[in-house]
Design a binder for this molecule. Structure first.
Ligand SMILES: NC(=O)c1ccc[n+]([C@@H]2O[C@H](COP(=O)([O-])OP(=O)(O)OC[C@H]3O[C@@H](n4cnc5c(N)ncnc54)[C@H](O)[C@@H]3O)[C@@H](O)[C@H]2O)c1
Length: 310
């Protein structure tokens, strides 16, 4: 079985490539990545071919998708604030980029395609937990580009019979998630700051909640989706409903570090949503055997990875 992972040198992509390369049912793993936010070193020591290039290049996609049994499309310009700063770039990579991938999947003979959307599509919808039948009310250009990602993907199922599945990831965390840049996700940013005894910056009051999912749970689900050729006609949440506020996260990190951390509050970020907790019912219907790694265990593994690096 040949699997192509777009964005394979990124955080989730490299963890997925590692899981796929270890799987006996999968013979060939190819990562396509333009290294705009990913790193070739993320794939060091893995039996994975890295093709450096952009998903916006149809010729490159035709070459890479030839003979593929599945595509996991993760390449994107992540981050809400990046999209607020430059919406056209986010649209081009995320919306147009997805369309390019779907067209190439169709040209390659109808390859099973799994894509990554985001909880940000729920946006201003106040209902909790977020279930997939709720309306989408995106609050940032990034979120709109993810609405386009998931619905183009599902439209290809309806219009052309392409076997597809669109997941909505919530807040994924774990090894290889970068810190140290302005758009870093909160867990790696705070672990890196905590390790250097630097200040943890909280946007807003810290009472906003997030549904954190450990990356191995995400890569297990993606791997099973590939192997079982799972498709679905509407998007599927990939998170488990564990709402953790940022203030609770700080308390857990203080416990893990065994000392108090210096915290400073800043203005809330434009486009950020207040609460985000998934209803996982549909996920459990499709993957009854999914067994998520709990938050403290995932945090401990992530900290161990950081400690081994420093
Ligand atoms: N990390 C999360 O919590 C989270 C939450 C919701 C959705 N997602 C989605 O999951 C996917 C993976 O996210 P991640 O956290 O691993 O981000 P990431 O930035 O680490 O990975 C994205 C990868 O895509 C590559 N890329 C970007 N544009 C490209 C292009 N035009 N051609 C080829 N490669 C390109 C980047 O270099 C990077 O390696 C993204 O689609 C993201 O929107 C992530």
């Amino acid at each position: 079985m040949k699997v192509v992972v777009t964005g394979g040198a990124g955080f989730i992509g490299a963890n997925l490539c590692e899981a796929l390369a270890r799987d006996d049912d999968i013979d060939e793993v190819v990562a396509v990545d333009d290294l705009s936010s990913g790193f070739a070193e993320n794939l060091d020591g893995m039996d994975v071919d890295l093709v450096v290039g952009t998903i916006l290049d149809p010729i490159l996609l035709d070459e890479v998708f030839a003979g593929a049994d599945a595509i996991v499309h993760l390449a994107a310009r992540g981050s809400v604030p990046k999209s607020v700063k430059d919406p056209l770039k986010s649209h081009e990579r995320n919306a147009t980029g997805t369309l390019r991938v779907l067209e190439a999947a169709r040209r390659a003979g109808g390859v099973h395609t799994i894509v990554s959307s985001s909880s940000s599509v729920y946006g201003a919808t106040p209902d909790l937990p977020k279930h997939e039948d709720l309306p989408t009310r995106p609050m940032s250009p990034y979120a709109v580009s993810k609405v386009a990602t998931e619905w183009y993907t599902l439209a290809y199922q309806h219009s052309y019979g392409l076997p597809t599945l669109a997941f909505r990831f919530f807040n994924v965390y774990g090894p290889r998630q970068p810190a140290g840049h302005a758009y870093a996700a909160v867990i790696p940013a705070w672990i890196a700051a905590g390790m250097k005894a630097e200040t943890l910056y909280v946007n807003g009051d810290g009472k906003q909640s997030r549904d954190f999912t450990y990356v191995d749970t995400v890569t297990w689900t993606l791997t099973q989706a590939v192997k079982r050729r799972v498709t679905h006609d509407i998007p599927v949440n990939l998170a488990f409903g564990g709402g953790t506020t940022l203030l609770e996260l700080i308390a857990r990190l203080e416990h893990a570090f065994g000392r108090s951390l210096t915290v400073e509050h800043r203005d809330p970020r434009p486009g950020d949503i207040r609460h985000s907790t998934a209803d996982p019912s549909r996920l459990f219907e499709l993957f009854p055997d999914v067994d998520p790694i709990d938050f403290d265990e995932g945090l401990a593994r992530t900290l161990a990875w950081w400690e081994a690096r420093i």
